[in-house]
Design a protein around this ligand. Sequence first.
Ligand code: NDP
Length: 381
Amino acid sequence: MVNRGFVVEMNSAIGPYSGGLRLHPSVNQSILKFLAFGQVFKNALTTMPLGGGAGGSDFDPKGKSDNEVMRFCQNFMTELYHHISPNTDIPTGDIGVGAREIGFLFGMYKKLSNQFTGALTGKGLNWGGSLIRPEAAGYGCVYFAAEMLSTRNMSLEGKTCLVSGSGNVAQHTAQKLIEMGAKVLTLSDSSGYIYDPEGIDTEKLAFVKNLKNIRRDRIKRYAEKYPAAVYTEADYGLGYNPLWSHRAVCAFPCATQNEINENDAYKLINNNIRLVCEGANMPCTPEAVDIFQDKQILYGPAKAANAGGIAVSGLEMVQNSQRLNWLAREVDDRLRIIMKGIHKTCLDVAEEYGTPGNYLNGANISGFVKVVEAMLDQGVV
Ligand code: NDP
């Protein structure tokens, strides 16, 4: 079996390339280019000095033993290490790349480069990782959603929420939603989704974390354990995803790209959705986004809403340079401030350019202007 690996280094005008590494059979150059392109503007929004990139491989870690995953990561790094370093390109996790994979990748990087440096983020806590990095994309997404709701005098307290995915971003989105008093009704994986009308509480979420992170099993086990929940098998021929047909106030797509199409968007709107906040990258198709904008739904685009992940990667780099570990509280406070700042920037820039309340325009324009100004300052090179 031969797998293809890719590195896309899109723009380094404001700092070294940085972005996710993805291991999934769907990975190709096109997907990584869209991820790297969005990452450029997302990283600019965080206010961290980070350029944008992405990487990965069509290797499928699902169903593989730890040893098989380790051997793949080691082989991938034999090529990747030529391209990364703390001052050139600093990859982090994405779909299929969590703590286990970053560990195997880092071990091989260290062996090949003979250096213990922060060339990857999302590292283990005992060897250079930052507290709150695993939680950051999900927590940040919920902080962003709370800010959006506050512009309409609403809060997350008591709100019903649909969350898709059950990986890193989905787990921590659900966790923060529960902490903020919301009721999480759904979670999914590529095989199907569960709907729990009683709500997913902290204990049930702990079961999901164990199921996904340790046992590496399927989400349908949730419905076996908690009989109130209903499991629905995925049917990709339907033209819509029934997860988005349930009544709720907020939707958090946290699995993958193109998981909310126009049919899903109309179903959400017919069920009176008030907010759609993207934990995943590009989970809403352009048609779905147009519908949300047209109907004045609070729509938080990924490059703003999930920027907390890369922001805390930036904070991990700072800690690595200082050879210090900050307290969880300290990192979380900084994450919250960064998400608040991104929210304000989006609103201010949207207003300045004549599209008040349009987070998509605000995020795109502010990220773009910052990167373009840096490129112009640096001349044609
Ligand atoms: P994980 O691998 O931890 O989880 C991905 C989840 O999405 C799993 O539940 C997976 O199900 C599901 N999924 C993946 N591909 C598909 C598919 N083609 N169809 C349906 N379900 C699918 O990844 P993350 O949680 O890290 O990433 C999720 C999203 O968030 C991605 O879009 C990623 O780019 C984005 N993101 C991640 C950040 C991070 O720090 N990790 C930061 C910012 C954004 P299954 O297990 O069956 O594959």
